[in-house]
Write a protein of this length. Structure first.
Length: 182
């Protein structure tokens, strides 16, 4: 390891989107991070044990697994790890769980490297965040409810579908769709 790479903080990037990682890794390296990449949770845990990252950027949905498991494991390994949860499938339920498990921020995709670095260094809440004047749409409320029930059943789609009195495939189809914005 060179003297310059030792000066850079370790950052673990875990996302199953290989293309996204191949773009984000050099962008984060230009911003003075030593970046290691994993495309699945098992590799992410192995790399975390080897590199002891100060920072981590974790996708919420990694293949069929939940990045929330990785957030929990990283905090168990080192409670000082600054973790940003990144997702294309944002919901209030997953945001709350990510923060409760130890993530310091929750960003929706697409997020650029500057937004991610800013989130990694943001340790306090922001009282100036705008509060919406309109309630969530019915479609968004449905998405939030499905996410909440899924979280209550530890991500088990079959159990959540039973609780919702819904066929498992119907729930899977609804979860595969991108959430509506409002």
């Amino acid at each position: 390891m060179t003297a310059t790479s030792m000066d850079k903080p370790n950052l673990l990037l875990v996302d199953d989107d290989v293309t996204f990682c191949s773009v984000l890794k050099p962008a984060l390296e230009k911003r003075n991070f030593q970046v290691t990449v994993a495309n699945d949770i098992a590799t992410g845990i192995k790399l975390a044990e080897e590199t002891d990252p100060e920072y981590a950027v974790i996708d919420l949905r990694i293949g069929l697994e939940s990045g929330l498991e990785l957030v929990k494991k990283l905090i168990e390994l080192d409670s000082n790890t600054q973790i940003v949860m990144l997702t294309g499938f944002a919901s209030i339920a997953t945001a709350v769980e990510a923060i409760k498990l130890g993530a310091i921020h929750y960003l929706t995709k697409p997020a650029n490297a500057d937004e991610i670095v800013s989130a990694l260094h943001k340790n306090e809440g922001d009282t100036s965040v705008a509060i919406s004047d309109s309630p969530l749409s019915v479609k968004r409320l449905e998405w939030e409810h499905l996410q909440k029930v899924l979280m209550q059943h530890d991500g088990n789609i079959s159990a959540a579908a039973r609780a919702l009195n819904m066929h498992r495939r119907t729930l899977q189809r609804k979860l595969e769709k991108r959430p509506v914005k409002e």
